[in-house]
Design a protein around this ligand. Structure first.
Ligand code: CTP
Ligand code: MG
Length: 231
C-alpha cells in the first residue's frame, strides 16, 4: 500500500513577521503550502495528504482532492508536534493502517524534489525505525562560552541538519509523539520523538535546495532555487 503525507501548516510564522502566515505567502504564483502539497502528491507512492491548519484559518481553499488524490484536513495545535499528532489521528480515524508509512513535511518547504521522496520512501521501507532527509553540516561549528567568546570548535564530521520529509510508520510515530508529550519533551522534529523511545532512524542525504522558509530572505532564496530547479 502507498504512503500518506502529513503537512503541518498551523504555525503563525512569528519569525517571518507580517500579516499573512508564511505558508500562504506566494512563490511563483501560488502559496508555499500548495507547493509542498503538490510536490508530495506528485510522487506515485503517495496516496493522499492530511493538512493541519490553524483554528480559524480562512485562507485554505477547502480542497478535498488534488491531482486526483484525497486531501484531508484537521485542526492543528499550539506546537508543531501537536499539529502532526492531530493529523495522524485523523488518518487513524479514517481507518488507515498503523503500518502505513507517513511522510511528514513542513508547509514552509516549497522546493521538495520528487526524487528525494523516492529515496526517502525506499530507505524508510527497509529501515524498521523510519528515515529522514538531512544535509551534512558544511560550516565550522563554534560552541559559545562566556559572553561572546568562543569556548571551543565542535567536530562536524558526524553532524547533519534535519530536513523534511521525515518518514515513519503511522502507529509508531503517533505513539512516540504521545510519549514525548507525556514526558514533557519538546520535540522539534518527528525523529526526535522516535529517538526518545529508542529508535535510530536512517539519515538520507537530501537536496540542499529543500530549504525551510523562516525569514523574508529565505523567501527570496526559495524563489531563486525554484526557478533554477524548474529552468
Ligand atoms: N506548524 C504547525 N503547528 C504549529 C507550529 C508550526 O503546523 N503549532 C508548522 C508550520 O506551519 C510550518 C512547520 O510546522 O509549516 C515548521 O514550523 P516553523 O517553520 O517553525 O513555522 P512557524 O511555527 O509558523 O514559524 P515561527 O516558528 O517563526 O513562528
Ligand atoms: Mg515554529
Amino acid at each position: 500500500a502507498g504512503a500518506w503525507a502529513v503537512v503541518p501548516a498551523a504555525g503563525r510564522g512569528a519569525r517571518f513577521g507580517g500579516e499573512v502566515p508564511k505558508q500562504y505567502l506566494e512563490l511563483d504564483g501560488q502559496p508555499l503550502l500548495f507547493h509542498a502539497i503538490d510536490a508530495l502528491l506528485s510522487h506515485p507512492g503517495v496516496t493522499g495528504v492530511v493538512v493541519a491548519l490553524a483554528a480559524g484559518d480562512e485562507r485554505w481553499p477547502g480542497w478535498s482532492t488534488r491531482m486526483g488524490k484525497p486531501v484531508l484536513r484537521c485542526t492543528g495545535g499550539s506546537e508543531r508536534a501537536h499539529s502532526v499528532l492531530a493529523a495522524l489521528e485523523t488518518l487513524s480515524g479514517e481507518g488507515v493502517d498503523d503500518d502505513i508509512l507517513v511522510l511528514v513535511h513542513d508547509a514552509a518547504r516549497p522546493n521538495l524534489d520528487t526524487r528525494d521522496i523516492g529515496t526517502l520512501l525506499e530507505a524508510a521501507a527497509s529501515s524498521g525505525d523510519g528515515a529522514i532527509l538531512a544535509a551534512p553540516v558544511r560550516d565550522t561549528l563554534k560552541r559559545a562560552g562566556a559572553g561572546d567568546r568562543i569556548a571551543s570548535t565542535e567536530p562536524r564530521e558526524h553532524l547533519w541538519r534535519a530536513l523534511t520529509p521525515q518518514a515513519f510508520r503511522l502507529g509508531a510515530l503517533a505513539q512516540a509523539l504521545r510519549q514525548a508529550e507525556a514526558s514533557g519533551l519538546a520535540v522539534t522534529d518527528e525523529a526526535m520523538a522516535m529517538e526518545h523511545v529508542g529508535a535510530h532512524p536512517r539519515l538520507v542525504e537530501g537536496r540542499e535546495d529543500n530549504i525551510k522558509v523562516t525569514t523574508p530572505a529565505d523567501l527570496a532564496l526559495a524563489a531563486h532555487l525554484l526557478t533554477r530547479r524548474k529552468g
